[in-house]
Each structure stands twice: as C-alpha cells, then as structure tokens.
Design a binder for this molecule. Structure first.
Ligand code: UN1
Length: 502
C-alpha cells in the first residue's frame, strides 16, 4: 500500500469525507518520502470572513450554555480521541514525519488537555473581594470572550490546536482554526473528530468549530476580523512580529507562542548518564523541530571533554530514517527549505570556528525527502547562528567556567521559551530558578527543555511572545473578567470618601 493510499484509508476511518482531500487546489505532502498524498481545498479570504461570522453566531448561543455542560462536549472529544488515538497518531507521523511514539504522544497530549478542560469546566472561579464600603459586595465574574482564532504550526499539528480548542470551548467561545499549510490533513481529521463529538453532544450550535485551510491571506483575514476576540498563534518570531501589531491595532487579544532558542547548563556535579539521555532527546528528538528543542548547551570545563565525547558517539550512532518502516529515532525534516536552513546555519557556525559532527543529508532514494544526521557543533563562543533559532537538529556546545557568566550567556539571546540545568548542587539549581536565574517561561532541573506536561502553563518570554497556553490558569486569557460591585445597603457611600450631595 502506498502512503497516499494509507492516508486515504486513515482519513476515511477518521470520518473525513473524500471530497475534502481529493481534487482540491492545495497539495498535501508527506515528508517521509516527499510525495504528494492528497489535494485539499483551500478557502479564500472572503469565504474565511463568512465562516468567522458563522462562528460568531454560534458563540452567541454557546456562551449561554452552562460551563459544566460545555465540559461535556470536551469530555466527548476526549473520548473520540481515545478511540481514534492509533489512527490519528499514525496520520501525524505521515504528515509531520514524527516517529510513532511521538505521533501517539501528541494525541495523548490532546487527551490529557481534554481531561484537564473537563475538570476546569467546573472551576472557572472568580474572587470575592472585600469592599471598603458597608453593605456592599465586590466580586469578579468570568464570561466567555468571543471567537477564538487559532494559528498552528506544522510541528505540533494537532496538540497545539487541542490546547486552545479544549480551553476555548469550556470557556464558552467558538473556535476558528487556521492550521499550517504543511499539515492540512491532520487538521481535517481533528475537525471531523470534533464534529462527531458535537453530533453526540446533540445541541451544540452549528458553526461552533471552524477550519480555515488556506494561505497567508486567509491567516490575515482571521487576524484582522473584528469579530475575532483573541488569536492564539504558534510559529516563528517573524510571524509574531506581523500578527502581534495587527491585533494590537484593533485591541484584540493575542497569545503568541513564537520561537525558542533553548539552552541547557551541565554543571560539575551533574548526573552525566541522565544528562546525556535528556540532551539526546531534547536536541535530536522530533528531528530538532520542536519549539522547545534544546539548541544551546553550556558544559562546565571540568566535565566538558567526557560529556562531549559521549555526545559525539550518540550523534554518530543515532538511527535516522523512515519512521513508518524502521525503528529510527530521528525522522525527516519537514521539507527542503528546512534542510537548506540547516546547511546555512552549519556553514555560518564553521566560519565562526565551529567544529561540526554530523549535519549531512542522508540519501534514502527519495529526492524530495530530507533526512539529516543531527549536528553537534562545538563552538568557541555564543556567536552568529548560535543566537538564533534554526528549526533543525543542530546543538551548539560551549564550555564554561563561571556560574554567573554562564547564567548571563544563557539569557543573552532573543528568545525565552525553555531552559534546563543539570546539577545535584541545590544552590545552583535554586539560583537557576530564581529571579536572577533563567529568564525563560519554562525552567527545569535535571529534565530536558522539551516534552512539557499539559498541567503547567506553556509559553515563554521576550521574543517568544509572552503568551501562555494549556494548564494552570492559562484559561483566563480565553475569558473576559467583569468586576461587579453590588450595593445592598440603603445609602450610597462613594469610594475613597468622595462626597457629591445633590
Ligand atoms: C511546540 O513545539 O510548538 O513541551 C510545542 C513540548 C511539547 C509541546 C511543544 N509538549 O515539547
């Protein structure tokens, strides 16, 4: 069976109609071989506008449904995802090139956030606040916000949508999703799965969950539409620099999840076996295509040679190949542009004195598939490409001697998503997590930079955009807060002792 045939079978069993993936204008490809596997129909910006209007009409009805009942829809979505985990995980592998355990892991992340959101549907709490006036009560109420736009990237084609969708739905919002043009098929599948949950739910308003497959102009139509109250956008910092100001201009809300240039620090006391495994997964896993991928590594001079020698071995021996037919740990890059970007970064690193292990293309016989041996680049200092995110498996390794200096270097890049320290010294660990430690949204001890659980808030600082999704109180960004003061007395005292007697 060809990949295209298997894709058609998977899509059909996930409930996607044949017309939506055949005969369309947008070719869908698999990075595993580079071949075309479907033709999807895209929408025009004008159609996108009409679809957003439908979502807005659905929002007006959905916001009146009690939140625990809204949670029931997300519970059914979680049930459907559990039932279809194998097929959807496989489709993620086909379309994004992930190894099977990561394709399945992504669907597990969706199931987890559904469970979280169901619980949340009974916990959208507001505070009651002491007032300064007698016979008064002050409280806050959280109300549904409106239409939530979701812009997602190819590398987490389904999980990132679900973080936003599950929360937005229990919060009483409608959702309009613009997936990456590189991964339209998994988006069609998620949409079909949610539609099935909606059918089982019964009376969810038509138009509550919408999909916009299309190009940049469609994304712009979503970002600029006055009825879209919040846009949660995952992608490059470049994309965020465009989306952020557009939203700010019309005072719409933004959750921006942009680039990462995540680092790890390996201290003299580190458990090196553990650090090695964490570094290997963080830097080479998902072929270096997570926003949380480990890209910079600072190793103390006392253990540098020992660790780098072991890392070099791991880089030379890690299995790279077709994730559908082999047990490889590293699959393909998403496309040729990703490979060219990697080549360019390595070339620049060499010019800056970098010593490169790996990094070359592996020929699988498919001219349009881009498999690479992950690159380990020993750098004399943090210069040139080391300060930027290249979405490919390149790990820059640097030696350090002083803890204060390494902390400063750690924070001296534009992005601020994820970070790790490997140490058994509690002073170093606590310092890393403190106010003058890591400046990232995620700071870990003896764990790699990637693979966060859904229970915590996910996101980063500085050029990563500052947004938070997923767990903790990230839900608050998907609702509007009203402060209510109720006077149950017979007088009208004014706050701050102001008098205004007419
Ligand atoms: C992303 O790469 O856009 O922490 C998200 C992680 C995953 C999510 C990554 N849970 O690596």
């Amino acid at each position: 069976m060809t990949i295209a045939q298997e894709t058609a079978e998977l899509l059909t069993s996930l409930g996607v109609s044949k017309e939506s993936f055949t005969g369309g204008d947008l070719p869908a490809k698999s990075p595993i071989t580079g071949e075309k596997i479907a033709d999807v129909r895209s929408v025009s910006p004008a159609e996108a506008g009409r679809i957003i209007e439908q979502a807005d009409a659905a929002f007006r009805a959905w916001r009146l449904v009690p939140a625990p009942r809204r949670g029931e829809l997300v519970r059914l979505l979680g049930e459907e995802l559990r039932a279809h985990k194998a097929e959807l995980g496989r489709l993620v592998s086909i379309e994004a090139g992930k190894i099977p355990s990561e394709g399945l892991g992504e669907v597990q992340e969706m199931i987890d956030i559904c469970d979280f959101a169901v619980g949340l549907s009974r916990q959208l709490y507001g505070l009651t606040i002491a007032t300064e006036r007698p016979g008064h009560r002050m409280m806050e109420t959280w109300h549904p916000l409106g239409v939530v736009g979701v812009i997602s990237a190819f590398n987490f084609p389904v999980a990132v949508w679900s973080w936003n969708a599950a929360l937005a739905l229990v919060c009483g919002n409608a959702i309009v999703w613009k997936p990456s043009e590189k991964t339209p098929l998994t988006a069609l599948a998620c949409n079909a799965i949610l539609k099935r949950a909606m059918a089982r739910f019964g009376d969810a308003p038509e138009g509550l969950a919408q999909l916009l497959i299309g190009d940049r102009a469609v994304g712009e139509a979503l970002v600029d539409h006055p009825k879209v109250a919040l846009v949660s956008a995952t992608g490059s910092t470049r994309m965020g620099r465009d989306v952020g100001p557009r939203l700010a201009k019309r005072f719409a809300r933004a959750i921006l999840e942009l680039g990462g240039n995540n680092a790890g620090i390996v201290c003299p006391s580190a458990d090196l076996d553990m650090a090695l495994r964490a570094i290997a997964f963080g830097a080479m896993g998902t072929a270096g295509q997570r926003c949380t991928t480990l890209r910079r590594l600072f190793v103390h001079e006392s253990i540098y040679d020992a660790l780098v020698q072991r890392l070099r071995k791991a880089y030379e021996s890690v299995s790279v190949g077709n994730p559908l037919t082999t047990n490889a740990l590293v699959g393909p890059l998403i496309d040729e542009a990703a490979f060219r970007g990697m080549e360019k970064a390595i070339e620049r690193a060499r010019a800056e004195g970098g010593k490169v292990t790996g990094g070359s293309r592996i020929d699988t016989g498919d001219a349009a598939a881009f498999y690479v041996r992950p690159a380990l680049v020993e750098m004399p200092d943090q210069t040139g490409p080391v300060t930027e995110e290249t979405f490919a498996p390149i790990l820059y390794v640097m030696k350090y001697s002083d803890f204060d200096e390494v902390l400063a270097k750690h924070n001296a890049v534009g992005a601020g998503l994820s970070s790790s320290i490997f140490t058994l010294d509690m002073r170093e660990a606590e310092r890393f997590l403190s106010a003058d430690g890591s400046d990232c949204g995620i700071a870990n001890v003896n764990i790699g930079t990637s693979g966060a659980e859904i229970g915590g808030a996910f996101g980063g600082e500085k050029e990563t955009g500052g947004g938070r999704e997923s767990g903790s109180d990230a839900w608050k960004a998907y609702m509007r807060r009203a402060t209510n003061t109720v006077n149950y007395s017979k007088a009208l005292p004014l706050a701050q002792g102001v008098s205004f007697d007419i």
